[in-house]
Design a protein around this ligand. Structure first.
Ligand code: NDP
Length: 280
C-alpha cells in the first residue's frame, strides 16, 4: 500500500515520514496489534526505545505486516545507562535482535544525562554505528543548545534531528530556532500534550471551524511548522484519526492562535538538564 504522506529531508541526505507512530506506554503484549493498526492506517514511521520494553512486540508487528523494509522508517533509542563506546554499540545490537531487524533507520540518544558526562562517548559510538550501516541516520532526544553545540565542537557531527517535548502549551521557540539554523529537524514528542491540551477552547474552536478533531488540528499545526510528530494511541479509531489529516489546512489566524497558547512553564515531562534516571 502506498500512502500519500509528507516526508522531511535530513542533512545526511536521507528522508523520513513527517508523521510517525509513538509507542511509549504501549505494553509489549499489545505492541504488535497497535503496530498492525498503525501500518494499516498508513503510518510508515515507528518510534520505540529500549526503555519502552516493547521492542519485541514492535518487531513482531513489523515482521507480520509484510511491508517492504525500505518503505518503513524505524527508530529506537539508547538508554541512559548505556552511554559509552562499547555499551552504546552493544545496546543497538540488542535492540536489533529484539526488533528482528538488520538496521534501524534512526538511532537516538534518549537523554543527555549531562551530570554523567558520557553523551559524547555515546555520540562517537553512534557515528561508528552509522558508518557500519546499523543505523542509517543518527540523532538525539532532549538535548539543549549547549549539548548540541558540544556535539558539534567535539565531533564535528550534528544529529539529523532532536526529539523534544513540543505541544501547544510548550513550544520551545529558542531551541527550535537554534536547530533550524543548524539544519537539525525538530521532532515533537508528546505532540498532543499527552491528551491534556485537547479540551483547550481555542483549539476546540479551530477544530470546529475545520470540521476536524482537536487532535488533528494540533498534529496539523506541527506539520505546518515543519516539525516531525509521533502521536501515540492504542485506540484504533484514534490511530486512524491522527493519520487522516493531510487534506486539512490551517490558516495564518489558526496558526497565530495556537502560537499564543505557548507557556514557558508548560513542560509536562522532565527537565532534560536534571533527568538522570539510570535504572533500565
Ligand atoms: P501524546 O501527546 O502522543 O499523547 C498520547 C495520549 O493521547 C494517549 O493517552 C492517547 O490515548 C491520547 N490520544 C491520542 N490520540 C488521541 C485522539 N485523537 N483523541 C484523544 N486522545 C488521543 O503523548 P506521548 O507522551 O505518548 O508522546 C508520543 C510519543 O513520543 C511517545 O509514544 C514516544 O514514542 C515519544 N516520546 C519520547 C520521549 C523522549 O524522551 N524521547 C518522551 C515522551 C514521549 P490512547 O492511547 O488511550 O488512545
Amino acid at each position: 500500500m502506498s500512502t500519500n504522506q509528507p516526508y522531511v529531508s535530513f542533512h545526511d541526505g536521507r528522508r523520513a515520514p513527517q508523521l510517525g507512530f509513538g509507542t511509549w506506554q504501549i505494553p509489549e503484549a499489545d505492541a504488535a496489534a497497535a503496530i498492525h493498526t498503525a501500518l494499516e492506517a498508513g503510518y510508515r514511521s515507528i518510534d520505540t526505545a529500549y526503555i519502552y520494553y516493547n521492542e519485541t512486540g514492535v518487531g513482531q508487528g513489523i515482521a507480520r505486516s509484510g511491508i517492504a523494509r525500505d518503505e518503513l522508517f524505524i527508530a529506537t533509542k539508547v538508554w541512559n545507562n548505556r552511554h559509552g563506546h562499547d555499551s552504546t554499540k552493544a545496546a543497538l545490537r540488542e535492540s536489533l535482535d529484539r526488533l528482528q531487524l538488520d538496521y534501524v533507520d534512526l538511532y537516538l540518544i534518549h537523554w543527555p544525562v549531562p551530570m554523567e558526562g558520557r553523551y559524547i562517548d555515546a555520540w562517537e559510538a553512534m557515528i561508528q554505528l552509522r558508518d557500519e550501516g546499523l543505523a542509517k541516520s543518527i540523532g538525539v532526544c532532549n538535548f539543549q543548545v549547549p549539548q548540541l553545540q558540544k556535539l558539534l565542537d567535539k565531533t564535528g557531527a550534528l544529529p539529523v534531528l532532536n526529539q523534544i517535548e513540543v505541544h501547544p502549551y510548550f513550544q520551545q521557540a529558542e531551541l527550535r530556532a537554534y536547530q533550524a539554523d543548524h539544519d537539525i529537524i525538530t521532532e515533537a514528542w508528546s505532540p498532543l500534550g499527552q491528551g491534556r491540551v485537547l479540551e483547550n477552547p481555542a483549539l476546540v474552536a479551530i477544530a470546529h471551524k475545520h470540521q476536524a478533531s482537536t487532535a488533528q488540528v494540533i498534529l496539523r499545526w506541527h506539520l505546518q511548522s515543519d516539525r516531525m510528530a509521533i502521536p501515540k494511541s492504542v485506540t484504533p479509531a484514534r490511530i486512524q484519526e491522527n493519520f487522516n489529516l493531510f487534506n486539512l489546512h490551517l490558516d495564518d489566524e489558526d496558526m497565530a492562535r495556537i502560537a499564543a497558547l505557548d507557556d514557558p512553564e508548560g513542560r509536562i515531562g522532565p527537565d532534560p538538564d536534571q533527568f538522570h534516571l539510570m535504572k533500565g
